[in-house]
Design a protein around this ligand. Sequence first.
Ligand code: WTA
Length: 638
Amino acid sequence: MLKKISSFAEYQQVYKESTENPEKFWDEIAQSFLWKKPYNKVLEWNFTEPNIKWFLGGKLNITENIFERNLPKFAQKTAIIFEPNDNKEASYSLTYQQLFEKVCQFSNTLTNLGIQKGDCVAIYMPMIPEAIIAMLACARIGAVHSVVFGGFSAQSLADRINDAGAKLLITADGVFRGAKSVPLKEIADKALEKCPTIQKNIVFQRTKEPIAMQKDRDIWWHKAILDVENTHNSVEMDAEDMLFILYTSGSTGKPKGVVHTTAGYMIYTQYSFENVFQYDPNSNDIYFCTADVGWITGHSYITYAPLLAGATIVVYEGIPTFPNAGRFWEIIDKYAVTHFYTAPTAIRALQALGLEPVLPHKLDTLKVLGSVGEPINVEAWEWYFENIGKKRCPIVDTWWQTETGGILISPLAGITPLKPAFATLPFPGVMPILVDNEGKELLGNGVEGNLCIKFPFPSMLRTTFGDHERCKQTYFSTYPNLYFTGDGAKRDEDGYYRILGRVDDVINVSGHRLGTAEIENAINENALVVESAVVGYPHDIKGQGIYAYIILKSEAKNMSETNIKADILKTVQEVIGAIAKPDKILLVNGLPKTRSGKIMRRILRKIAEGEHNIANFGDITTLLNPEIVEEILKSSKV
Ligand code: WTA
């Protein structure tokens, strides 16, 4: 266990020290980890190139810190409790020793297949312990994993595999999701038609539905591990060796591969996990995070940090509403969960179904509730606090990003005084500032602006894979010498932060990040479409919904609107995945454009939000085609 902050006064003191002398601060925390060779410098950085390096010269392996460091104490402790999608199927658990052996065995399996340090391995798996085993085995042999969310399409999977040049894919026959199953292997097969770098594909048998195996390429997981040794000496990694790539959407272009490296990520995630959640590995604390390993939350706060901390985690394969809307609450009672971490969209969806599914469950083991992924509205916060936490459990509203690797602004459970819908205060070592659109720092409290970070913290992204310039342009160029988060925030009179949401062209749909450009490109691939513009709009459950304005080709004129829309949705599902399907489609004859040809999204956003008064649209006289605004507005009301 790392140094734990135990009072608000202590937080204030630690925070002060951490910002006055960050290197000393992180150096002390780093001492609790196992190093194969000590580092000789804590930090080297500039935000202009950018060049960010922590714990220079240090050698280590993150899985040695999960296993070899923890096993003397926790060998027989439960590491993973697996709860299947269907509650009639038996659950099971793995101790740290058992998980270690499985990871070692799979590490040897990967090595036997020729995977070496520095190679990239793509993982396209259900939310089952093998997904975690696969990730940890990669980390153990120094291979770089790139996990692709199981809801992405063949095209998205292929794009990610090709961008990283992955040599191996690890997938499953299928995934159970509520009452249905999704044929992952079939989707992967389609993707692999376009992936020349993939040499082998390991397939875990989960749904047992019949699938075709391609000779020489596809290998069953259970066969690949037969007779493979379950001991393994971890590979030595440099502190700054790549640990993983995780693709995420931005305002322009295709999703980019955010790169995280070994030591800084390890140290920051464990330290933040233990302190934000006040998780105690020496007690009976059971931690249940409902995220998927396909997202950063599933990397940092399911796989790495909790296992580094020696926590017992619940891994749940399914969805919140199957077989009924009490599923999360049933799981909490079944395993005496103490720490529960989920997304506002799930809270709102369950809130909408009323208290009936909640009431049969005691929920009396809960100590801490968490929220992540999008702004939580006050109503959802209060519902969660009263009905799930029974007014006993603090809610940690944790703000962070794929790029930050770990939680940056959040209450510490039971320590930081709470304010509904506020992520509250920065974590030790994190130095946020707000700037106006010209980049001028907004000093003092009671201000609102663009949220930036002015000093590095160990778990921040180092680059975007294969394109450092893009990393610089996206995050370090908007405001000189600052990391720009893409979020707007307000700092209230007490110095508390409230995250207001994205200020760029990224929309956050049910906690999933999608770029408007990315969705537009997908829509434009449909043969009926000339042009499209996508904006976000407030959605009761999803937080933001996707609103697409689409101009059709003349051939589409004799097709029914219903068929056209269905066809477009199908295209989006094929290009990106079901999560990117627009909630609303409006067929239009034109889009409001500036004289330089740029779409005026501000106007489209207003219309999508339901604003009917043109007077509130701001200046539209500079448009090339001002008349189109009235026309779109009219058809939006139909
Ligand atoms: C949003 C998820 C408000 C934010 C960990 C950020 C939040 C984006 C919160 C990153 C929160 C995440 N309150 N907004 N507690 N947490 N966000 O990369 O807009 O999937 O920039 O990482 O989600 O999404 P990502």
